[in-house]
Design a protein. Structure first.
Length: 146
């Protein structure tokens, strides 16, 4: 199995609450969420740092992040907004060296602050949360193809 935890998740060799996948990316819940539904989108092809990321792979990561954000607003999570965050390098708080995009759900008046890594974080019923996001993606697909 891969020594990279996100490669292991992408290959199906490590557990994760998956919300989306396609040929280029896999998306799953962050194990220490900043907010309920906090999702990570990772390229299937390993890239430790942003500079290692193939631009086509980066485009696929962003496309999926945008889609998941739209799906969250249509899901029972009923988000009001999103932060898309990519931490590149230790100086920017990167701790897992397989580039990933954080999809951080936001609600009007929530108390989330952007100091990722500094807050006390606990899971919020990940299986139910992942199912809600998948339902939002299904809703999005039916809107696009009525
Ligand atoms: P970063 O600081 O941008 O490198 O963020 C890495 C994120 O990966 C953190 O928010 C961790 O909670 C999350 N994380 C680490 N290991 C796992 C894992 N096995 N499954 C899901 N999320 C993880
Ligand atoms: Zn990797």
């Amino acid at each position: 199995m891969s020594s990279c935890v996100f490669c292991a998740i992408a290959e199906g060799g490590a557990p994760a609450s998956r919300v989306y996948e396609d040929d280029d990316v896999v998306a799953f819940l962050d194990i220490r969420p900043i907010a309920r539904g906090h999702t990570l989108v990772v390229p299937r092809i390993h890239a430790a740092r942003l500079e290692d990321l193939d631009p086509a792979s980066g485009a696929a990561v962003f496309r999926a992040g945008q889609r998941i954000a739209r799906a969250m607003s249509r899901s029972e999570l009923a988000t009001d907004g999103t932060n898309l965050v990519l931490n590149d390098g230790r100086a920017a708080f990167q701790t897992v060296f397989h580039t990933h995009l954080h999809v951080l759900p936001r609600w009007t008046g929530d108390r989330v602050r952007m100091g990722i890594g500094l807050l006390r974080r606990r899971p919020h019923d990940p299986e139910t949360t992942a199912a809600l996001i998948r339902a939002g993606l299904d809703r999005l697909t039916s809107e696009e193809h009525p």
